[in-house]
Ligand binder design. Structure first.
Ligand code: ZN
Length: 99
């Protein structure tokens, strides 16, 4: 991934930092956490903005995981948490939690 010059936070007038964060999403009682996602982060507020390709990837991933979690809930699975990794174990782990 190419790193462009750091964007400036318009609100706080400081350079954003390129660093990994944990992306979290929840919908209809299902929460999804994706650790180690690189984003531009405002050091003042912690607000993260993702490059367009990361946004696309997150949307696709969240949609797929929500479907899987909803199916598990429909069949009243006793399993309520899953950790899924792609590639190197522990490096990019994705976690879903069904309420
Ligand atoms: Zn800011």
């Amino acid at each position: 991934m190419t790193i462009e010059p750091a964007p400036i936070c318009g609100k706080h007038q400081v350079s954003k930092e390129w660093r990994p964060i944990t992306f979290e999403y929840s919908d209809e009682g299902i929460s999804i956490r994706v650790p180690d996602v690189y984003a531009w982060v405002c050091p003042k507020s912690g607000e993260a903005s993702f490059p367009p390709e990361t946004v696309d990837e997150l949307i696709t991933t969240v949609r797929d995981l929500l479907e899987a979690a909803k199916r598990a809930r429909e069949r009243r699975s006793v399993l309520t948490q899953y950790v899924i990794s792609v590639g190197q174990p522990g490096v990019s782990a994705t976690q879903i939690r069904a309420a």
